[in-house]
Design a protein around this ligand. Sequence first.
Ligand code: NAD
Length: 376
Amino acid sequence: MKPSHAPVPITRRRFIGAAAAALAVSPRRVLAAEAPPRGRRLGVALVGLGSYSEGHLGPALRLSEHCALTGVVTGDRAKGERWAREYGFPTRNIFGYDTMARMAGSPEIDAAYVVTPNGLHAQHCVAAAKAGKHVICEKPMAVSVAECDAIIAACRSAGVRLTVGYRLRYERHYAEFARIARDGDFGAFMRIEGANGFEMGTPDAAESHWRTSKKLAGGGPLMDMGVYVIQAACMAKVEAAPVAVTAAFGPVTRPSLFSEVEESLKWTMEFADGAVATCRATYAETVSTFRAEAAHGWARLDEPAFFYDDLVLTTSRGAVALPNVNHQVAQLDGMAVEILTGKPSLAPGEMGRRDIAVVEAIYAAAAGGGRSLVKA
Ligand code: NAD
């Protein structure tokens, strides 16, 4: 199927209305979204060709039904040329981070997908919006609420869509978990537990390069892995944000790696109805668990709860039989359908901002040795 490159018409009012409605939208309805017009694909430029782009998003763009890779932004021209050859887009659609404004002249590019270190998301998302491109921003959306606000404002004033790369939002096990929460199958979830982490390699390991830098990562495992737990807990609470948090940093066992960001962190989130989520994020061990309990039953994403592809949802009624999908393909196709048909996003910028507001409160609580209120 050949891509069509007509720009997607979207008015400012429609964008704001869609974003406001998005936190309440039904995942089932959006997963079953109608297809875009025949032959219309979303042209995507990947901004940053690191391990996630190379290992997951690029391959997913090949398999995607509704997207095509039509450009890249990279600091390495030769790498961009290799991608252009392999993915069949014109070399005029290779840009540098300082020449992103020129994407405005590339009608084949509808959306820019920002996959750079967290501390650069705001700069690259704002540049993409100013070039008139819809923005997909990897998680975490940015390293502060102020940066999230800047991204949201830039997308609003450019009249482009903004969505956060929360792949699990487009995945069926989490969609069913969200439905269970929303429909109250077991009552309201009141006790939630989640942990997510991996053992960080040596300082020269690829994953260590920017993830241990405060400036580039914004924080440690809370930013990188903890956002998944915050996401799932808010899903359990039908997208309510917690009202308060408590938090404590874990011990630093490898000071050569963790001089700028935490090695591990434990926190709780208190919700307005009295529900409590007990959570943990770590770079000291591999862990990936999530469970939510209500008065009349429970639901659990079996370990590993947040990894790619092979998820299992079990409830107090038994295993829930659902097909596994390639997360990145499902996410890219889901987001393309949203943008091409004007549907509200399952992962709008406002959701990314909510999660960073929680992260800020958790860091404040950990630093202050106590409890912090979450600012809306
Ligand atoms: P990576 O280090 O492999 O790639 C980062 C890319 O950014 C590289 O191409 C690098 O050259 C580029 N870059 C541009 N300016 C840079 C600078 N000043 N310093 C360092 N790199 C710079 O990282 P990654 O693992 O691909 O992660 C990128 C983003 O994707 C992060 O925000 C991460 O949280 C997110 N991510 C998401 C998932 C997911 O499942 N949704 C998985 C992995 C990573």
